[in-house]
Design a protein around this ligand. Structure first.
Ligand code: SAM
Length: 267
């Protein structure tokens, strides 16, 4: 199944059962050999807590049923939840509805229309971009630059297939066997599915971020003492991005620079 906006909308809005509101996704913790709660706590302490305080405006892209939003909501000044799925945002509204500093934006799947220019200090997105096709990732990166304040940061979890094997994505046209071969080469594993990972490598993500005016500060797949925690499943990665301090282009110029830069294929 392709990683299109339409398929993401259908799956997450209507088909997925959300048995534990996102806490059922314990595969990364299991592969690290750590209890899920310890792994989740390490994600919060490593990636969220250091960037969020009571003066921080936070945007979460793809909150789903609020697995991470619940960890952010009491730490920040303002929380914007932006998701393609109206039913996910409805669920979040049920959880946070009475909180005045939380707002909700239904996206078109590729833009952050409804989020003002330079209004966000920190963007968080986990388990979302892993399923989004590169062309759409590029559009979102341009939008992240627009909504972040100069100097603001984004932390994005994304797919990390082996870059050299991305051109072999065309094998998927040849059915199950072709897809299996592509997955084995680009993910380096057998027998399992590909977790519906998009055709993204670390290098390709880095290139797209740069081309859209964001600085990559780090790409991480392990953290904690001796790398005890991480996102090793499906070779995932987490990128720390920054809108440069000196970047204060007005939004029309940002929109032009994104449009003049549609290439998403050279990593
Ligand atoms: C696998 S769920 C993850 C939910 C949550 N981030 C978590 O970790 O529990 C993917 C979420 O991303 C949202 N999503 C998928 N594609 C999107 C897109 N193009 N734009 C915005 N949200 C998207 C889905 O609606 C869903 O809420």
């Amino acid at each position: 199944m392709k990683n299109t906006i339409e398929n993401n909308l259908r799956v997450w809005d209507r088909e997925y059962p959300w048995t534990r509101d996102g806490d059922e996704w314990d595969g990364q913790a299991r592969l690290c050999g750590r209890p899920y709660e310890a792994w989740k706590h390490s994600v919060v302490e490593t990636f969220i807590a250091p960037h969020v305080s009571t003066s921080t405006a936070v945007l979460e892209i793809g909150p789903g049923h609020g697995r991470w939003s619940k960890e952010i909501v009491d730490r920040c000044q303002k929380l914007v939840l932006a998701d393609l799925s109206p039913s996910c945002l409805e669920h979040c509204r049920g959880v946070f509805g009475d909180r005045e500093h939380v707002s909700y934006v239904v996206t078109d799947g590729r833009s952050l229309r409804g989020v003002a220019d330079a209004s966000i200090d920190f963007i968080w997105s986990y388990d979302v971009f892993v399923h989004i096709e590169p062309e759409v990732v590029a559009d979102y990166l341009a939008e992240m630059r627009r909504v972040l304040v100069p100097g603001g940061r984004a932390i994005v979890h994304h797919a990390g297939r082996r870059h050299a094997f991305l051109p072999l994505r065309t094998l998927k046209r040849f059915g199950e066997r072709g897809a299996q071969l592509y997955n084995r080469l680009s993910l380096g594993r057998r027998d399992e599915d590909d977790g519906w990972r998009s055709d993204m490598s670390r290098r390709r993500f880095k290139g797209l971020a740069r081309r859209n005016g964001l600085r990559i500060e780090r790409q991480i797949d392990r953290w904690g003492r001796n790398g005890e925690f991480g996102v090793p499943r499906y070779r995932d990665a987490i990128s720390l991005l920054r809108r440069p301090e000196e970047d204060s282009l007005p939004s029309e110029a940002l929109a032009r620079s994104a449009q003049s830069n549609p290439d998403t294929d050279r990593g």
